[in-house]
Write a protein that binds this ligand. Structure first.
Ligand code: SF4
Length: 412
């Protein structure tokens, strides 16, 4: 998004994806030095914060990050800590869809979506966003794989930003929901198609947050006949057969739902008061439309007992999902869980070192990890998920299978 916004303002953009390219810190520093930027926008987050701070201090010491603006969950939700630990940062970009960063660099007074050094959050009002087309040409798409689309390279395109819901373990709900102009999103998908990519990831946290807008987008995309296969996150309520059919006609092959738990009361406590019957219906609508379903579950939510955690694994199997992701509860910055743990002072650390994992139940992190492994094994040793993984026997699919097996081995 920012690559499009900054380019639209007439500036050259270089994008250094050091993780994707597998660069070590010295190689990253050398590349930045060679580019000699006039301004730097850097992403730093909870999963890698200690390393990010070390690196950004090195970058600053060498004078390679002029007019540094930071983005990511720690800067967004813990700005005071961010400015304290990286004192030379000029501002924080709290809204990816805003022009705040480029306005700041150009010396303009209006900087929507920025948090300044006085910790003032400059609002970026409105229920819609537009940013031009992201610079997909800058991204090393061959460096990324998803367990979908037989591992083909994909283009990531955002339609709607933020989320209209609010879950206690997720900070995306703290970001106001904004709709993107459908024609602009379609133009970006045409760009992805023209680059020769066959797959796309619609990056919305909740694509169907406004049903009419999402349905209109799917119908318009179907008319484009781009033949892109894509996956997307939706909520399973409200969700219906008409949506599933329209999504399938537009090329959707996988939809991802956050079911979180088998326990309706606990799911409601986390922020989604959706019934299990709605989950069953949503999966059925998708399967009837020919769309595979990936379900996400959070293990170790506050007060969850071992039997309740096992019930989530059983629910994933009962729903007959094609893919399932079992994640341990962590306290991300900006979430209710983080505030609760910080107040409780029962544990410390950050998600990157597992400091908060296991802090919500009587179970140890080791026990939770063991239960997670059990859930994965019992889920994937079944016909439907195995078929979804195998998908087809194209050469790319066999490469994908090898990658998937490596990913599984990391979970054990
Ligand atoms: S978990 Fe999903 S529905 Fe809940 S706040 Fe996050 S993005 Fe929204």
């Amino acid at each position: 998004m920012q690559s499009g916004i900054i380019s639209n303002h007439g500036h050259d953009v270089a994008w250094l994806d050091s993780i994707g390219l597998g660069l070590n810190p010295t190689q990253v520093l050398n590349r930045i030095e060679a580019f000699n930027p006039d301004a730097v926008l850097a992403l730093a987050g909870d999963a890698s914060w200690p390393n990010d701070v070390r690196f950004l201090r090195r970058l600053g010491a060498r004078g390679l990050a002029p007019k540094l603006i930071l983005s990511g969950d720690v800067p967004r939700f813990e700005p005071e800590r961010t400015f304290r630990e990286i004192p030379y940062a000029e501002a924080i970009l709290a809204d990816f869809t805003s022009t705040g960063a480029v306005n700041h660099w150009m010396g303009e007074r209006s900087t929507p979506g920025l948090i300044d050094r006085a910790l003032t959050h400059h609002d970026n009002p409105g229920k819609q966003w537009t940013g031009g087309q992201a610079r997909h040409d800058l991204i090393a798409t061959d460096r990324y794989q998803l367990p979908f689309h037989a591992g083909r390279p994909f283009g990531s395109v955002l339609l709607n930003y933020g989320c209209p819901f609010s879950c206690n373990f997720c900070n995306t709900g703290e970001i106001p929901y904004k709709l993107r102009d459908i024609d602009e999103a379609l133009a970006e998908l045409r760009q992805v198609h023209q680059m020769g990519l066959k797959a796309a990831y619609i990056r919305d946290a909740t694509a169907n947050g406004k049903r009419s807008h999402w349905l209109a987008f799917c119908k318009a995309l179907a008319k484009e006949k781009l033949n892109l296969m894509w996956n997307v996150f939706c909520t399973f309520q409200p969700f219906d057969a008409e949506l599933a059919q329209a999504m399938a006609k537009a090329g959707c092959t996988v939809v991802q739902f956050g079911f979180e738990t088998a326990d309706q009361a606990l799911r409601a406590e986390t922020g989604k008061a959706f019934a299990n019957e709605a989950a069953e219906a949503a999966v059925r609508y998708c399967h009837e439309a020919g769309i595979r379903v990936c379900g996400h579950f959070v293990l170790g939510l506050p007060g969850q007992s071992p039997n309740e955690i096992r019930a989530s694994g059983a629910f994933a199997r009962h729903l007959d999902l094609d893919y399932a992701s079992f994640n341990l509860a962590t306290a991300r910055p900006g979430t209710e869980l983080r505030a609760w743990l910080d107040g409780d002072e029962s544990t410390g650390g950050d998600a990157s070192v597992g400091g908060y994992e296991g802090g919500f139940t009587a179970l140890s992190t080791t026990d939770l990890q063991r239960m997670r492994r059990e859930a994965i094994i019992r889920f994937y040793l079944r016909p439907r998920p195995l078929k979804a993984i195998m998908n087809d026997t194209s050469p790319s699919s066999w490469r994908h299978l090898a990658t998937t097996m490596r990913a599984f081995s990391r979970a054990f």
